[in-house]
Design a protein around this ligand. Structure first.
Ligand code: UDP
Ligand code: MG
Length: 307
């Protein structure tokens, strides 16, 4: 059986098209399937429509979270409840075309355990588009991950991989990174990422920034190392400057000049360096705090279609 996990947050305009396109794409694989739709605390008519869809087709199952927990927790909830031999993750706004799923399934049947859907092109324009384009190359640079292809959550995981995925307890989740960290036999399929079918992006800029930070910080200590290096650099420059002043004083009997601006600039510079360093440390400490609280990642209010 194929499971498809879709996070849904205020997607009432997209649900009807999502359902028809999903159903025909999945039927074309000739395998039994289930749709696991995770309602992430929608405030529009999404939940009502999901209930209706479940009533009409029991293969459509619904998990409703008690509030908006965010994209990654919602997807994680769906993965926990999915029962298929493989699990496909896909966004609910039709940016990832459901018609690619049969290709993913075909690659899976060839014996691949992870099939990523990589973006050949994307339709996101403006600042968002530039941000997305920059993010993956930066991520590849910063992280110690074996690979960080230009892929979001869209892709397929075999049951074996899902089993291991479900053992990962962390709260600050960056699913593409976790999937790549897990390894297994991986291949990818190329597709053209579309524009959102309807509605506004539900991942607001702050949410996306947090997501990007999660990606870098949960997979790398490099920012901490950079802070150390910055410290050595500043210390080195300070030492050299001091040396120059000592030489000037003793060899050439020259006193240091008035130096008001030098003083001002160096104090401000050091202040800046320290604040940046504390900020980077804080990003790590905040995440340690989140992990240590051991709160669950999401709270389920309602389930439809699960025994
Ligand atoms: N989503 C969610 N919870 C959120 C934000 C988004 O479940 O807090 C869902 C949303 O309904 C959509 C998917 O996650 O199905 C991707 O969201 P969006 O298209 O806004 O993100 P982007 O394409 O900008 O990454
Ligand atoms: Mg989207």
């Amino acid at each position: 059986m194929i499971s498809v996990v879709i996070p849904i947050y205020n997607e009432e305009e997209n649900l009807p098209a999502l359902r028809t396109r999903m159903t025909s794409a999945l039927d074309s694989t000739n395998e039994p399937w289930e749709l696991v739709l995770v309602n992430d605390g929608s405030r529009d008519r999404s939940l009502e429509m999901l209930r209706q869809m479940h009533a009409e087709d029991p293969r459509i199952k619904v998990i409703s979270l008690s509030r908006n927990f965010g994209h990654q927790p919602a997807v994680t909830a769906g993965i926990h409840f999915a029962r298929g031999d493989c699990v496909v993750l896909i966004d609910g706004d039709l940016q990832d075309p459901p018609e690619v799923i049969p290709e993913l399934v075909a690659k899976w049947k060839e014996g691949n355990q992870v099939v990523l859907a990589e973006r050949r092109s994307r339709a996101d324009g403006g600042a968002r588009g530039i941000g997305f384009k920059l993010f993956y190359p930066i991520l590849r640079r910063v992280t110690d991950l074996p690979s960080a292809p230009d892929a979001g959550i869209f892709g397929l995981m075999d049951r074996r991989v899902v089993q291991e995925f479900n053992k990962l307890p962390e709260r600050n989740r960056f699913i593409p990174g976790l999937r790549s960290w897990l390894g297994f036999r991986t291949t990818s399929v190329l597709y053209d990422r579309q524009d959102r079918a309807a509605g506004k992006p539900k991942q607001t800029l702050p949410k996306l920034l947090k997501y990007a930070m999660d990606g870098m910080i949960s997979f790398s200590y490099k920012p901490l190392r950079w802070v150390t290096m910055l410290g050595f650099f500043v210390a080195g420059v300070t030492f050299l400057t001091a040396l120059v002043y000592v030489i000037l004083f003793f060899a050439l009997h020259r006193q240091a000049g008035s130096g008001f601006f030098t003083l001002l600039v160096s104090i401000l510079f050091l202040g800046g360096v320290q604040l940046i360093s504390i900020g980077i440390l804080g990003e790590y400490i905040g995440r340690i705090y989140e992990e240590i609280k051991q709160r669950p990642l999401y709270v389920v209010q309602d389930k439809l279609g699960f025994e």
